[in-house]
Design a protein around this ligand. Structure first.
Ligand SMILES: [Zn+2]
Length: 295
């Protein structure tokens, strides 16, 4: 498997974003629990921001770990307030589950902007997002609207004007406004999505090709990210010298890392809840897998 991956990686550039709400250093938050492992992965840098900085009516602080220079807006506070001037709609705890758990569209557009601009420097001409815990489908929805966003316009203008595009094909693809293919793998719902392929100048839907035997419960091993990444690379037939860029995005389930469940799932004294132990091994698997894939 590793040999297969090393061989395929010559055709690919890989990036990752790992998102989880809450301050990095709060006791029980995902990143503070897993900090001993995270701190051994030097290319994973933490970027803090708030949902309200990206037009969400709620002030929800979040952290994105990534090997991309994301350039996110600083978290909302009295010194750096959002456009609501701290008049937020209310507590995020009172929001609908969808609002509570979906990343704002503009924040995802910002991430896609960094992803494509960075990958274009490595001669990427095909761009995939593998959303590994696609739950509410926020990445898929934001990818659909990305082509009409200001972030897209800014990104494609930057690339075209910088004359970094060695390939006129990338110019053409950038002007098509539909360059990112979303593949979802909701490992809690056993689902694999469809992808869009450019065939003879037209976008067509086709199924994500991965062996159904790899679609297993997320608590079982071996872990699945590598399999899907290998399948995506293998199935992309690009002209010589052009690369496929894959952004692996993971927003792991956060129930046992949230402030509200802290006393029950991660008491200051005493044992973790069974679900908290399961989530810890899931996140450890994700981090180990990312380290191996992106090293
Ligand atoms: Zn705010």
């Amino acid at each position: 498997m590793q040999q297969d991956l090393d061989h395929l990686k010559k055709k690919a550039v890989l990036y990752a974003t790992l998102e989880n709400p809450g301050k990095y250093d709060r006791r029980g938050s995902l990143f503070s629990v897993h900090d001993p492992l995270i701190s051994t992965i030097p290319w994973l840098k933490a970027h803090d921001t708030s949902y309200c900085k990206y037009h969400s009516p709620f002030q929800k602080h979040t952290t994105v770990l990534s090997n991309l220079g994301l350039n996110l807006l600083p978290p909302c506070n009295a010194h750096a307030p959002c456009a609501h001037h701290l008049n937020h709609l209310g507590l995020i705890e009172k929001a609908s589950p969808r609002d509570k758990n979906s990343m704002p569209e503009m924040l995802i557009h910002r991430i896609l902007h960094s992803f494509i601009e960075t990958a274009a420097l490595s001669n990427a001409t095909a761009f995939y997002v593998l959303d590994f815990f696609s739950g509410w489908g926020s990445f898929k929805a934001a990818i659909k609207t990305f082509g009409q966003s200001n972030a897209y316009k800014e990104m494609s203008d930057n690339i075209i004007n910088s004359k970094r595009t060695r390939f006129t094909r990338l110019d053409f693809i950038l002007r098509s406004n539909s360059i990112v293919t979303c593949t979802e793998f909701d490992c809690t719902r056993y689902r694999i999505g469809t992808k869009q392929c450019l065939k003879r100048g037209r976008w067509e839907d086709s199924a994500v090709l991965t062996d159904p035997q790899h679609v297993t419960d997320y608590t079982t091993t071996p872990f699945q990210i590598e399999t899907i990444v290998c399948d995506l690379i293998r199935n992309e037939d690009l002209p010589q010298g052009e690369k496929i860029a894959i952004l692996i995005h993971a927003s792991p389930p956060c129930k046992t890392y949230s402030k509200s469940g802290l006393h029950y799932h991660r008491p200051a004294h005493g044992a973790l809840s069974p679900l908290a132990s399961q989530h810890d091994s899931l996140v450890t698997d994700v981090l180990n897998e990312l380290e191996r894939l992106l090293a």
